[in-house]
Design a protein around this ligand. Structure first.
Ligand SMILES: [Zn+2]
Length: 228
């Protein structure tokens, strides 16, 4: 077995065998939706680890018509974090479910694309993404029986490479996430499922959907901060 190091990578090879490259730092993939949970995960991984960070956004197009505002906010968040924290790789892809009656679970689309990012990364770099972060707050209970399917979807699109492991920081409430984050970033996040298009072309939260309901105390905190 020979072992030597290039910048950032450990190289191992048995005599005459396959060369195996392992990054010295773990590679973490954050699936950034523009919502608070994935934003919280992104800021934690950027500021509390020295992992190599990949960030990916999926344009989930469906009859809720929220993909444009989510993409706009995600790009603004990415710019902000690259300037204030550190550089990372950012990519996007699209899943279009327009016309279907059911929306399906967003997490399945996200998991499918996460697998593709990991597979692509392995093919380009010859080493794997080790951690996958999507964010998860305490207000959202796990949907019974769903977790194994989500893992299977990631694994299916990572195949034939080893899929990453899901990684979560300690689960906290949305309010705790908001208090941890800089207010500028909280104001860039977007959570509403049914955005309202205004005549002047602007967009605002509906204030009625399940996500808006959970976000209500945070919206109030933001209004107070602006008013003070
Ligand atoms: Zn809403």
């Amino acid at each position: 077995m020979t072992k030597n190091s290039k910048a950032g990578v450990t190289v191992r090879q048995k005599p005459g065998g396959k060369i195996f490259l392992k990054p010295k730092k773990p590679v973490s993939l954050v699936m950034l939706s523009s919502g608070l949970d994935s934003l919280y995960a992104l800021v934690k991984i950027l500021t509390e680890t020295d992992d190599i960070v990949l960030v990916h956004h999926v344009h989930i197009i469906n009859n809720e018509n929220r993909h444009e505002i989510e993409a706009t906010r995600t790009r603004q968040i990415v710019d902000w974090c690259q300037k204030k924290y550190r550089r990372f790789r950012y990519s996007e892809s699209t899943i279009n479910h327009t016309g279907f009656t059911g929306f399906g679970f967003d997490i399945m689309s996200v998991a499918f694309e996460a697998g593709m990012v990991c597979r692509s990364f392995y093919q380009a770099n010859n080493y794997p993404v080790s951690k996958l972060l999507t964010g998860w707050c305490t207000e959202e209970e796990p949907y019974p029986g769903r977790a194994p399917h989500v893992k299977a979807v990631v694994a299916a699109n990572s195949f034939p490479y080893e899929p990453p492991n899901f990684f979560f920081f300690d689960r906290v409430t949305k309010m705790e996430e908001a208090r941890y984050l800089p207010p500028e970033l909280v104001s860039l996040s977007w959570t509403c499922r049914q955005p309202v298009m205004l005549p002047d072309g602007d967009v605002e939260e509906c204030g009625k959907c399940a996500s808006c309901e959970i976000m209500q105390p945070i919206y109030s905190m933001q209004k107070k901060a602006v008013g003070s």
